[in-house]
Design a protein around this ligand. Structure first.
Ligand code: SF4
Ligand code: SF4
Length: 126
């Protein structure tokens, strides 16, 4: 399956990527590089670049709508799993379509093979 996220990146430049602060604390098993985060509340941090416009996660490399890459993909936060390209029934993801529309991109075509859960955006390779 061709991975449309590698030619998109819209959700990484639309939604706030916030999560519990321990996900960015290596001493507590966190994986997100803390230097790429900013404090949000006493309990939450967010990826730099996603707290106010112009939105663009600092970990996103490339040109939106052309070719992109999450530079910390294996270490990304739980919130980065929230946007899926497709719903479990194969229809375009609601949050995906909203982010793509904000960047002038059309919704993805429906998938007929029913992707099921776990199709997260922006893996390092297709
Ligand atoms: S999940 Fe959707 S909006 Fe996010 S990168 Fe993939 S195709 Fe783009
Ligand atoms: S998937 Fe990567 S580039 Fe996208 S918001 Fe998460 S950390 Fe940032």
């Amino acid at each position: 399956m061709d991975n449309p996220c590698l030619r998109c990146g819209a959700c990484c430049a639309y939604y706030r990527a916030s999560f519990y602060w321990t996900e960015a604390d290596p001493f507590l098993g966190g994986t997100v590089p803390p230097e790429l985060t900013v404090p949000l509340t006493p309990h939450l941090v967010a990826m730099r670049g996603t707290t106010h416009p112009p939105m663009r996660c600092v970990a996103l490399d490339g040109t939106i709508g052309e070719q992109v890459l999450c530079t910390i993909y294996p270490r990304r936060s739980s919130s980065c799993h929230d946007v899926e390209p497709w719903e479990e029934d194969g229809s375009p993801g609601t949050r995906c379509s909203k982010a793509r529309a904000a960047h002038g991109l059309p919704p993805l075509e429906p998938r007929t093979d029913r992707p099921g859960p776990g199709d997260s955006p922006l893996p390092l390779s297709a």
